[in-house]
Write a protein that binds this ligand. Structure first.
Ligand code: PLP
Length: 366
């Protein structure tokens, strides 16, 4: 074959992937980072030293084994796993979202979630070749029950994702509505995945429901992550639910998806759970300080939050984002993500000092 007619190997790369943009991560060098719902507190020097020693002793020459099982057991104890339930680990929740799409990839299967929501639900569906159905929230970011029920009946999605609380709106939805949606999905055997990435900052957890009403939640899986608690760099998520269901998803997990270093870090964090719990309490207090300050600024409307972020509408989101950036503060401009988010910024709650900087800088950026 001549040089000119040699086909490009690109022909075997899926066209939909070639048309995609890679997940964009903002460059944050030298900035106060209030864009990604990270815990702003670093480990104390004493804990850093202890963790360093622990990690140094890890058998990195071996494939992950018993230590990962130790972590699983520690997480089961941490959440007080209800009987008849099982728990599996993911390399962050993001991996679990991919595995769930893979598990449900039958002809015609689809995935449904309210919008605006976490982008990985749609991306996980798309990459697996599943159809994604987004159902708009109401203007005040509540579930549109009528539209959700209608969409469930029409599409009978394999998976319905409900982020509790939601990202980027930060609110918890009405539990009574969720109960009815779960029952609606149950009528056709649809799974409902409650995504509790922000559980450390939330006033409610669906695990309470799963524990007290196991029959009504027989089609429900619960997903959590250690990312927002303070281990975003570690990559550790977990999925729990009725054992038979979790066992099926677990078959798809790459056998060594969680490294021994991830596992050791996560075990260390669980052993020092009180340190992270205290940080979460402080972040919740700071969230209230931030919401209060935003509410007093003319032209700024903060929305209620049960997470470590605050969604706020301003008069000109781009101008505000640029102004904050010029002052060294990086937030997330979500105003183009969905029509309901017009002129909205998502502000991650930082340390008291960082939040004070944000509160001081904002009026000049409006
Ligand atoms: C951040 C986030 C996740 C992803 O968590 P990782 O464990 O870091 O992959 C999942 N769901 C929601 C709603 C999130 O906001």
């Amino acid at each position: 074959m001549s040089h000119l007619t040699t086909p490009s190997p690109m022909r075997f790369i899926r066209q939909d992937i070639q048309s995609m943009h890679a997940y964009a991560i903002q460059n944050a060098a030298g900035m106060v980072k209030l864009d990604a719902m990270e815990n702003p507190f670093s480990l104390s020097p004493e804990l850093q030293k202890q963790l360093g020693e622990r990690l140094g002793a890890v058998a990195i020459n071996r494939y992950p084994g018993a230590r990962v099982d130790d972590l699983k057991r520690a997480l089961c104890a941490h959440v007080d796993l209800p009987s008849g339930h099982a728990l599996m680990l993911g390399n962050g929740s993001d991996e679990l979202i991919s595995l769930l799409a893979m598990a449900c990839d039958t002809p015609g299967a689809s995935i449904l979630a309210p919008l605006p929501g976490f982008v990985m639900y749609a991306m996980g569906a798309q990459l697996q070749g599943l159809v994604f159905h987004g159902v708009p929230l109401t203007a005040d970011f509540e579930l549109d029950e009528t539209a959700m029920v209608e969409a469930l009946r029409q599409h009978q999605p394999a998976i319905t994702y409900l982020a509790y609380p939601n990202n980027p709106t930060a609110n918890l939805w009405d539990a009574a509505v969720i109960r009815r949606l779960i029952a609606e999905a149950a009528r056709f055997g649809g799974l409902v995945v409650m995504d509790e990435a922000y559980q450390p900052f939330s006033s409610r957890s669906w695990l309470t429901e799963m524990r007290s009403q196991p029959e009504a939640n027989a089609n429900v899986l619960l997903m959590r992550t250690l990312s927002k608690l303070g281990l975003a760099g570690v990559r550790l998520g977990y999925l729990l639910g009725p054992k038979a269901l979790v066992d099926e998803v677990d078959k798809l997990r790459p056998p060594y998806n969680v490294s021994v270093l991830n596992a050791e870090c996560a075990l260390f964090a669980l052993e020092h759970a009180e340190v992270f719990a205290a940080q979460a309490r402080q972040i919740c207090q700071q969230r209230d300080v931030l919401i209060h300050a935003l509410a007093s600024m003319p032209g700024v409307t903060p929305f209620p939050s049960d997470a470590n972020m605050v969604l706020a509408r301003v008069t000109d989101a781009q101008r505000c984002f640029d102004g904050l950036k010029a002052r060294g503060l990086l937030v997330k401009n979500v105003s183009k993500m969905h029509p309901l988010l017009g002129q909205c910024l998502r502000l991650t709650v930082g340390t008291p000092t960082e939040n004070a900087m944000l509160i001081r800088a904002l009026p000049d950026c409006l």
